[in-house]
Design a protein around this ligand. Structure first.
Ligand code: MTE
Ligand code: MO
Length: 389
């Protein structure tokens, strides 16, 4: 196979084949346009199906990125990945209220204007779904955006957490039926944070994403953003914050998004279940491009905000080479990295990346991962294969 030129025309054709009604090129949605420099081509991964593509984000559906198209720091709002478990509720934005209840001195409701009046801040944060994975998704449940909203801490402090208040529960406006102990019960999507995590100053009640009001798919009009945590923490369509004196045990804390892995507990090896919380140290190669004779390898690194020491790339059995990290990167954003690949010889090659943080933790290979049962937290190194034409 020769190098596949994923120019706009090819993609347009692919999209039309997929049965999508598209207008003129000028109105092509961002997700369909690979950003390539003049004369640049995508080098095909041979670990992906040859005709690999995925459609635009659609109402009610999961949406994932074609990670080969990651080449800008901010993900497009139309292409940021989308996951929800009980569909996408439409909240009445004009009459929207956020209620604060439970073990607080001042239970109250906030309109959006009340919240805005508290003062806004912004932060760059990237996150992935705890179920993001290399195999058939090619790490596509991931995105990075600039968020703007109100400091959660300000709202909690104004509420006045009572001394018995230990756990902060965040309820979404979306509901589903769960069968628990052979009984059907209505549940809202909800997650919780221990008080000390909830009081971190970077936590946000987000109203804007990349300079636009929060899109419907991403929780309009308000969502929680817990930078450095897996996506599941970021409750969309937020309607209620409740303070209680005990752990919250709902499905997405206690049963689902729970990793089961072997750990040493003291000197005893045990199977341990833990709720998916902080993003594990991870990187992946996502894109290889060619411009003239020069090849370039691009990927992302993501973690819980611990500063990184390096991202390295290994080609075939060569040495680990240090990649360049995008200077736009910040504590909680994703970190895009790139490496110029000189003198790439024709034929098939294996490329893998690994990230190391300042504490010396190195992203493990698949073989070095803890013994784990569950599809959450897939942070192993991801060797990719490409063919140079
Ligand atoms: N209300 C609500 N919030 C939710 C979810 C949900 O099902 N309902 N899904 C969570 C999960 S599992 C993920 S990965 C992220 C995805 O956020 P995004 O769709 O904005 O990318 O939202 C989280 N917040
Ligand atoms: Mo998720």
């Amino acid at each position: 196979m020769t190098e596949e030129k994923l120019d706009r025309r090819t993609l347009l054709k692919t999209s039309l084949k997929a049965g999508l009604a598209l207008g003129t090129a000028a109105s092509l949605p961002q997700w369909a346009i690979p950003v390539l420099a003049q004369g640049e081509t995508l080098v095909p991964f041979t670990d992906m199906p040859e005709n690999y593509s995925r459609g635009p984000a659609l109402p009610g559906a999961t949406h994932f990125l074609d990670t080969r198209q990651i080449d800008s720091f901010y993900s497009d709002n139309q292409d940021f990945y989308v996951v929800q478990h009980y569909g996408q509720p439409t909240l009445d934005v004009a009459n929207y209220k956020l209620s604060i209840t439970g073990l607080v001195d001042n239970p109250r409701e906030y309109t959006l204007a009340d919240l805005r009046a508290k003062g806004m801040f912004q932060i760059d944060a990237g996150f992935e779904c705890g179920g993001n994975r290399p195999d058939n998704l090619y790490q596509g449940l991931i995105g990075n955006a600039q968020w703007r909203g109100v400091r959660l801490r300000d709202i909690l402090q104004e509420a006045g957490i009572q001394p018995e208040g230990k756990e902060i529960v965040f309820f979404g406006g979306d509901q589903g039926t769960e069968n628990i102990r052979e009984t059907d019960v209505e549940q809202s999507f909800a997650r919780s944070l221990p008080l000390e995590d909830a009081l971190r100053e970077e936590n946000m009640l987000a109203m804007e994403m990349n300079g636009e009001p929060l899109p419907q798919f991403h929780g309009r009009p308000l969502r929680l953003l817990v930078p450095g945590f897996y996506g599941v923490a970021n409750v969309k369509w937020l309607t209620q914050i409740h303070v209680q004196d005990r752990r919250y045990m709902g499905r997405f804390m206690g049963r689902d998004y729970v990793t089961l892995k072997k750990e040493m507990i003291g000197n005893q090896e045990r199977w341990v279940e833990n709720s998916v919380t902080r993003i594990q140290l991870k990187s992946s190669v996502v894109r290889v491009t060619k411009l003239g004779a020069q090849h370039k390898i691009t990927g992302f690194a993501l973690n819980d905000g611990t500063p990184l020491r390096s991202v390295e790339v290994k080609i075939d059995n060569g040495p680990w080479q240090e990649a360049t990290i995008d200077p736009q990167s910040s504590k909680y954003s994703w970190k895009l990295f790139s490496l110029m690949w000189d003198n790439a010889a024709p034929g098939e090659h294996t490329i893998v990346s690994r990230v190391t943080d300042i504490n010396g933790h190195v992203q493990p290979t698949a073989e070095q991962m803890p013994e784990k049962i569950s599809r959450w937290e897939n942070y192993q190194q991801f060797p990719r294969t490409v063919r140079i034409g």
